[in-house]
Design a protein around this ligand. Sequence first.
Ligand SMILES: [Zn+2]
Length: 159
Amino acid sequence: MPKITTRKDERGPTSESQTRTDIFSPEKRSEIMSRVRHEDSGPELQVRSALHAAGFRFRLHRKDLPGTPDIVLPKYRLAIFVHGCFWHGHADCKHSVLPKTNTEFWKNKFERNKARDQMVRLELLKIGWHVLVIWECQIKLLTEIVNELKNCTSIKGSK
Ligand SMILES: [Zn+2]
């Protein structure tokens, strides 16, 4: 009877394959990942907590509305989108530069995103909603934005 020797292969993945897959530094990679998971991105959380602090009641990601707005203030029929400048092609914004590689691909992608944003906006207006877009780069002005919102909503006067 032949002896079967089971022996663990102690050689892990070769260092060559490791270096090949790791083309991004950890910082770069997490930056990319945070862009991908945009739903719970930092900016959106900041907007939520500012609204909350100002006493607004809101709902998140209402799928029954066009474009699934990030934040919805039902009382004022206001849909808020928190847009990443990169993905949504914020005009004249330093955060929305086209990547230097695959430029055509990205350009098309951003154009499609922008066209879709525009369509969603029109659909919401058509059914009597207001639309507010807060860009990632405007987050530093969040206090002003929320104050303005407070003014608008009190003028529109629900008692
Ligand atoms: Zn921007």
